[in-house]
Design a protein around this ligand. Structure first.
Ligand code: A3P
Length: 309
């Protein structure tokens, strides 16, 4: 991380000096920026995003806590928003050849990463973006515009286990794996990328209550239980409702299948490719289940996290 921090802009290095810091999960430190724990590079790109992004009313932002179903939500929203351009039944559908993170870029890891500005003028309409940045830190142009935001929330028990597995998989082999107990204590204190998770969820949840036609709050577990219903809801919210003919023709089921964990995990691009920050796509697909935490947490840990929640 020392190398990474060396590459930061002078302005960002100075900002970091003024922020509280804690030991990180993967990088040596997490810094508390605007109330949330972030890696140094994430702070640099968030500042740039806050300064430069000009929202359009037709933009769609997909927001999540890491490991709560970001990849899935990106795939579903892309399939819905592009279903007139790309036939869902086609063998050439982009979701068969690209990872969802390549089709729906992250503000903080792609567009505003490395202190660079990407040209957004060629992105097809509606422009779809992903982010882990909490609601409070979104640029004012997003808050003032009437672009849509979709949030996906997942049971913190599962999000914790998913994060712990993921971090240990992407850590360089030269670093020791992070013990579950240590990660758990940090998680309960809110010290995890874009944590505390409860503040993150509350920020978007409150906004979805105040502006329900502009902020949709979805739950991973509801989507696992009834994807057809949730997909219809998402499509209507985004302004792409399915016609009766499309429904009869099985479009909803086809999108659900195309974006399903089982299908995506086995695609060549997701078995061997890399997308965000050169991480291997295969690590984005683990089990895709609800309730796997039961296999890892002790009764004491369950009680402790329940109290936090
Ligand atoms: P598990 O580690 O519990 O399996 P994110 O996309 O935000 O990084 O979240 C990753 C989690 O979502 C992982 O959870 C991953 O397996 C699961 N996931 C990935 N693609 C999915 C899909 N198409 N449907 C359901 N879950 C999916």
């Amino acid at each position: 991380e020392a190398v990474e921090e060396g590459k930061l802009s002078q302005e960002c290095k100075e900002l970091l000096l003024s922020l509280p810091k804690e030991k990180g999960w993967r990088t040596s430190h997490l810094y508390k920026y605007q109330g949330f724990w972030c890696q140094s590079r994430e702070i640099e790109s968030t500042v740039s995003f806050q300064r430069h992004f000009q929202a359009r009313d037709t933009n769609v932002g997909l927001a999540t806590v890491p490991k709560s179903g970001t990849t899935w939500l990106k795939a579903l929203a892309f399939a819905i928003a592009s279903h007139e351009r790309f036939q869902i039944f086609s063998n050439n559908h982009p979701l068969l050849k690209f990872n969802p993170h390549d089709l729906v870029p992250f503000f903080e890891y792609k567009i505003y990463a490395n202190d660079q500005l990407s040209d957004l003028s060629n992105l097809p309409q509606p422009r779809l973006f992903g982010t882990h940045i909490p609601f409070a830190s979104l640029p004012s142009s997003i808050k003032k515009s009437s672009c849509w935001l979709v949030y996906i929330c997942r049971n913190p028990f599962d999000t914790f286990i998913s994060s712990w597995h993921f971090i240990n998989k992407i850590k360089p082999r030269s670093q020791a794996p992070m013990p579950l107990e240590e990660a758990f204590e940090m998680y309960c204190k809110g010290v995890i990328g874009f944590g505390p998770f409860w503040e993150h969820m509350l920020g978007y949840w409150k906004e979805s209550r105040d502006r329900p036609h502009k902020v949709l709050f979805l739950k991973y577990e509801d989507m696992k239980k009834d994807i057809t219903f949730q997909l219809k809801k998402l499509a209507e919210f985004l302004g792409f409702p399915f016609s009766v003919e499309e429904e009869r023709g099985g479009v909803i089921e086809k999108i659900a299948k195309l974006c399903s964990f089982e299908n995506m995990k086995d695609l060549e691009v997701n078995k061997s490719g890399t997308s965000i920050k050169n991480f291997e796509n295969k690590n984005l697909f683990r089990k895709g289940e609800v309730g796997d935490w039961i296999n890892y947490l002790s009764p004491r840990q369950v009680e402790q996290l329940t109290k936090v929640m």
